[in-house]
Design a protein around this ligand. Sequence first.
Ligand SMILES: Nc1nc2c(c(=O)[nH]1)N[C@H]1C(S)=C(S)[C@@H](COP(=O)(O)O)O[C@H]1N2
Ligand SMILES: [Mo]
Length: 261
Amino acid sequence: MANRNPKLSRRNLLLGALHGTGLLVLSGCQRVFDSLSRNDTVQSILEAAESGNRRVQRLLTGRAKLAQEFTDKEISPTFRANGNPPPITMEYTADAQNQWTKWRLEVSGLVKQPTSFSLTDLKAMPSRTQITRHDCVEGWSVIGKWKGVRLEEIMNRVQPMTEAKYVVFRCMDTDSDGNNYFESIDLIDAVHPQTILAYELNDRPVPIDNGAPLRLRIENQLGYKHAKYIRALEFVASLQKIGQGKGGYWEDQGYEWYAGI
Ligand SMILES: Nc1nc2c(c(=O)[nH]1)N[C@H]1C(S)=C(S)[C@@H](COP(=O)(O)O)O[C@H]1N2
Ligand SMILES: [Mo]
């Protein structure tokens, strides 16, 4: 991969490595630079510095990268809602009326401890709060403050088996043809620090329009990955038998499965 950061160029790395050793401070002479580059001691210092840097770079640019977080002042006045209308089932309506006391999140599939969680259970678990920007493929963005339980915390409870590679989110809403919304992410993104199952938006319970009682926040991917109205999580080894096999409601209609921002 091309190194686009001039600060991490090989030459600067060598200069940096030399600085640390006190071997020599170069005055920009290419010939001295070249002969030093061939020197064994210098070469090993350079390699050590470079591999250290590669590690740092992977952290900065790879899957572990944190999405930008914002301040309270930057929160959008309203958090636009998008997608299917809220579920219209009797069960959903009754659960909403009961403040979700009867609703449960079912976690099943390739896990050692299949478990169901009430909203109270989820709220009692360690939480994370983050102010992030939601980007929809349609070309709009909104900033909101989300609070929820990290998906990794749930994984610690249910203990996915080694064969598990993805987590599938089963949602309660349907499109106009009656097809349920669903999504999936891999376990690398599932344990990302900002991947949470959110139960609060802007210091209030997640509104019905935004996916009550529980919706996914996966901050390094586009809006359609953020499953709303979650009823169940399923740990699976393959997405082949889920829906039409592409890993999500929109993916089955041609959208990218990995919707990285
Ligand atoms: N269950 C469900 N989740 C969904 C959708 C949906 O239709 N149903 N729409 C997706 C899309 S395209 C976007 S942009 C976001 C919108 O989230 P919001 O309504 O909180 O803005 O939800 C995503 N998650
Ligand atoms: Mo979207």
